[in-house]
Structures are given as structure tokens and as C-alpha cells.
Design a protein around this ligand. Structure first.
Ligand SMILES: [Zn+2]
Length: 243
């Protein structure tokens, strides 16, 4: 009996993380004051994040894009759903109407937005999808949010990620973890978080986000938060009996 149990447990696959580099191809996303494009910043962070996670040997990883490809938001979520992802992490960079706006913002899904600025951000991020979201489906997902176990897990991961990014990189976190109805989070059926890694409209942050060194630092901390989450939520492979 114990032997059979051990075999079953060791055959469990590693948790699957889908890493989404925001925008890409024809969609630049935000264009920074220093010239950096959001699609390049997100790809740099996402590919390094995937590399670190694979090297850890503790997760499997899929990227929604590994190069400068144009991919619809609906396609990104469908890819995560179809591949049976345990966690979806969408990487973005922010833009604001004031150059002084700066800092990290970490989001998970909710029905409402806390202010007009976030409404503008959501409109900008959602605009890249040419696909209309069926109203019934949107209502159904949002109505069931509070009942959904994955929503609670999204909230816990967002908190872990935000805390680690602000603490370990010494970056200012703007108003803590936030909630908003981003399309890509709405369409993903697993715990899902969107991180705005800094403001491209702020000169200092634009230059930093464009640097390989800072992209690697961000990837390292995001990877750390994912691995902590995997362990805490017991998404990791159950240990064989007797170990
Ligand atoms: Zn974006």
C-alpha cells in the first residue's frame, strides 16, 4: 500500500506556471519617456523569470510568448487554461499622466476599480484585445468571484509578490495590492496576478526598466515569490511517503 502511494505521489507533475510577457509584436504597450517599449521590458523580465524557475527544478514553466510576437489577450488566457496552469503571472510596465508617478503595482481580479486612474490603466491594458468579452461570461465570472478558491489564492499570491518586490528591491509600492477587472485575469481560470513593474513615464524608472540588470533583479524576486507561493500553498509535488 505504501509503495503504491509512493509511486503515485512521485508521478505527480511539478506545478505549472504560465508566465505572460505583456503586449508584443504590433502592440508596443506603453512607450517610455526614455524610449523603452513595454513589450521589450516585459519580454526581458518574463524570459529571465522562466529561466530561473526552470533552473530551480521546482516548477514547470510555459511562456505565452518567447519572442516579439503579437498575441491576443484571449489567446494568452486560453493558452494558460488549456495547458492546465496552476498559476498565471502577467508581467507589464505602467504609464501615468504625471511624470512623478512611480512604483510597483500588483493586481488581482475584481469587479470594480478603486479610482479613475486605475480605470484608465485597465482600459489601456484591455484595449489590446480586439475580442469582445461576452457580457454574460463576464458577469458570471465576476458574480462567482467571492466563491472561487482560486480568487483567494490570487489574493494571497498578489500579497506575497508585492511584499517581496517592494521589500527586496527597495522599490516603492503604490497603495499595496490592488484589484481591477483586467481582461487577461478575467479569462484565466486559475489563480492569476498582473504586475506593473514600474512606470515607463517616469524617467528614472524607464531607464531602470530598460536595463538588463534591473530586469534580472525583478525576475529573481518574482521567481522567489512564486517558489514561496508554491511551497506555502502546497502546489509542489507531494513528498513520497516516508520522506
Ligand atoms: Zn501592459
Amino acid at each position: 500500500m505504501q509503495l503504491i502511494l509512493a509511486l503515485v505521489l512521485t508521478a505527480s507533475p511539478l506545478p505549472l506556471i504560465v508566465v505572460d510577457a505583456g503586449h508584443g509584436g504590433a502592440q508596443d504597450g506603453a512607450v517610455g519617456i526614455c524610449g523603452a517599449k513595454e513589450k521589450d521590458v516585459t519580454l526581458g523580465i518574463a524570459t529571465e523569470l522562466a529561466r530561473i524557475l526552470v533552473a530551480s527544478g521546482k516548477t514547470r514553466v510555459l511562456l505565452t510568448r518567447a519572442d516579439d510576437a503579437t498575441i491576443d489577450l484571449k489567446e494568452r488566457a486560453r493558452f494558460a487554461n488549456d495547458s492546465g496552469a496552476d498559476l498565471f503571472v502577467s508581467v507589464h510596465a505602467n504609464s501615468g499622466s504625471h511624470e512623478r508617478s512611480h512604483g510597483i503595482e500588483t493586481y488581482f481580479l475584481s469587479r470594480t476599480m478603486s479610482d479613475r486612474r486605475i480605470a484608465k490603466l485597465v482600459a489601456r491594458e484591455n484595449e489590446t484585445s480586439k475580442v469582445e468579452v461576452a457580457k454574460d461570461e463576464t458577469t458570471r465570472v465576476l458574480d462567482n468571484l467571492s466563491l472561487s478558491a482560486s480568487h483567494g489564492e490570487s489574493a494571497r499570491f498578489a500579497e506575497r509578490l508585492h511584499t517581496m518586490l517592494t521589500r527586496e528591491l527597495g522599490l516603492p509600492g503604490r497603495r499595496g495590492v490592488l484589484q481591477a477587472p483586467f481582461f487577461v485575469l478575467l479569462a484565466a481560470r486559475m489563480p492569476a496576478v498582473l504586475v506593473e513593474t514600474g512606470f515607463l513615464t517616469n524617467n528614472d524608472e524607464c531607464k531602470r526598466l530598460a536595463s538588463l540588470e534591473h530586469q534580472e533583479s525583478l525576475a529573481k524576486v518574482i521567481a522567489g515569490a512564486i517558489l514561496l507561493h508554491v511551497a506555502r500553498e502546497e502546489l509542489a509535488v507531494a513528498k513520497p511517503a516516508g520522506r
